[in-house]
Design a binder for this molecule. Structure first.
Ligand SMILES: [Zn+2]
Length: 103
């Protein structure tokens, strides 16, 4: 077992777990229900923790989580041709097909 991710936000930890499950990496969340009252940041020792069952998966897991979180944190982008907003994970405007970069 090896700890690969911890964050006070249960949502982010759940998203990290989803990223690992998509890759078929066996993992488990500790402290899932240990947080304090709503709106209150839990002390760090009760943050939800994401562990991989096999230590050899840890490095791959961290990379996958990093990529997943970066995709979430990137803002939507606005097409310079038609003004439509596309998610950061889209390389092309969903509306008119203009590439996000260049063009
Ligand atoms: Zn467009």
């Amino acid at each position: 077992m090896e700890l690969v991710y911890t964050h006070p936000s249960h949502l982010l930890v759940a998203q990290a777990r989803n990223a690992l499950e998509r890759l078929g990496i066996p993992c488990v969340v500790h402290n899932e229900y240990a947080a304090g009252a709503a709106g209150e940041l839990a002390p760090i020792d009760t943050w939800p923790e994401l562990w991989v069952r096999r230590s050899r998966d840890a490095e791959r897991a961290r990379l996958a989580i990093e990529r997943a979180q970066a995709a979430i944190e990137e803002a939507d982008w606005t097409c310079r041709r038609c003004g439509s907003e596309s998610p950061a994970t889209f390389d092309f405007c969903w509306h008119c097909g203009k590439p996000q970069h260049g063009g």
